[in-house]
Design a protein around this ligand. Structure first.
Ligand SMILES: [Zn+2]
Length: 234
């Protein structure tokens, strides 16, 4: 990746000047780079930027990264649990209404009961595992590791696009799904979170992919901000 992230990766204790490779532009010192980083809005993106590209700082800031990951995942987990509670309550009501107080069970009640059951199943199917929050540290660690080790997609060279097979133009790269980076296999992800492959596919894949997508997006916005600050400093 030929961007400011590489400058960050070279941040160290010295005050060596780095050539920005733009011939004639003033070189950047560590202080310039650290100052540019300081101007990137605080939050998940900046924490990931540091964890991935400036590991020394990332290690000192693991608590901030943890807080940012919790702030990302907890609201969605709570929203799912609330939706599940509502669906469960509605199913309970529909069940109670069948033959209420010893009366006859009507067709309308049966239909309502069936509908509530379908809604409950559909809501449950979209929920992440109950122990998602307990496993958050393991998930986050595996995802940061995937983000730090996976290189550019070989099919599109990180461009995220490919020529359409029917020659009608350009479509999203099939190999990486438009992410521009190589993806780990389900087996590799399962091993990274200490689950077997079938448990990963059945329970963990949706939350893993959701977190990866949101964390990548946050890091790439922070990297864009950082690049802007670096070019201003140069
Ligand atoms: Zn690709």
């Amino acid at each position: 990746m030929s961007d400011g992230r590489e400058l960050m990766a070279r941040l160290g204790p010295s005050t060596v000047k780095f050539d920005t490779g733009r011939g004639g532009a003033p070189d950047l010192t560590n202080q310039d780079i650290a100052a540019a980083l300081g101007m990137v809005p605080a939050g998940l993106g900046r924490e990931l930027l540091e964890a991935l590209w400036w590991p020394d700082s990332g290690m000192r800031r693991s608590q901030q990264l943890r807080q940012a990951v919790i702030a990302l995942v907890a609201p969605e987990y709570v929203r799912q649990q609330q939706a599940l509670n509502v669906a469960r309550t509605e199913f309970g009501i529909a069940k109670a209404c069948m033959g209420w107080a010893g009366g006859p069970v009507t067709d309308a009640q049966r239909i309502e009961h069936r509908k509530a059951e379908v809604r409950l199943e559909a809501t449950r199917a979209l929920c992440w595992p109950n122990n998602t929050m307990e496993q958050l540290g393991v998930l986050a660690k595996a995802i940061v590791e995937e983000m730090s080790t996976c290189g550019c997609c070989r099919a599109c060279q990180g461009l995220r696009i490919q020529a359409a097979k029917d020659g009608t133009g350009i479509v999203e790269c099939e190999a990486c799904g438009g992410a521009g980076v190589e993806a780990r296999s389900g087996r590799e992800r399962a091993a990274a979170i200490g689950a077997d492959h079938s448990a990963y596919r059945r329970y963990w894949q949706p939350v893993y992919e959701w977190m990866l997508e949101h964390m990548r997006a946050a890091e790439s916005i922070a990297a864009r901000d950082f690049n802007r600050m670096v070019s201003r400093a140069a």
